[in-house]
Ligand binder design. Structure first.
Ligand code: SF4
Length: 122
């Protein structure tokens, strides 16, 4: 019997143009306050607070390429600071969310996750 091994692709080498950051993300008020107070980003890089399902949230602004924190080359400007929003750190949170994101076209690396390791085939 063969066993599937899920390979986590290296985000910096896949040819996805940072697709999963295309729409920006919701940011919790405490994350917003921390990022601003540490001078990691400016309040102009976030939307005004808005209410969603009774919760107050901010959202990263989006430019032509996607989330405002995407760097000109590749990758997220917040990544090296250790203060990425929790939504970014946990996406995709499960296989179903990964499949749905792939089908919606913003997680193209998911296909790479289907690679079966040659060592694991019988
Ligand atoms: S904050 Fe960073 S990881 Fe999150 S959507 Fe924006 S660019 Fe992507």
């Amino acid at each position: 019997m063969s066993r599937k091994i899920f390979h986590h692709p290296d985000c910096m080498v896949t040819d996805c143009a940072d697709a999963c950051c295309r729409y920006g993300v919701d940011v919790l008020p405490e994350e917003y306050e921390r990022i601003i107070s540490l001078n990691i980003a400016s309040s102009k890089e976030f939307t005004k607070p808005y209410e969603s399902d009774g919760e107050i949230l901010y959202r990263t602004r989006v430019r032509k390429k996607g989330c405002i924190f995407l760097q000109p080359q590749r990758g997220c400007r917040l990544h090296s600071t250790g203060h990425k929003p929790i939504t970014c750190l946990t996406f995709p949170k499960n296989l179903q969310e990964a499949r749905e994101a792939f089908q919606d076209g913003y997680l193209p690396c998911f296909d790479l996750n289907q690679v079966v390791s040659p060592e694991d085939t019988p």
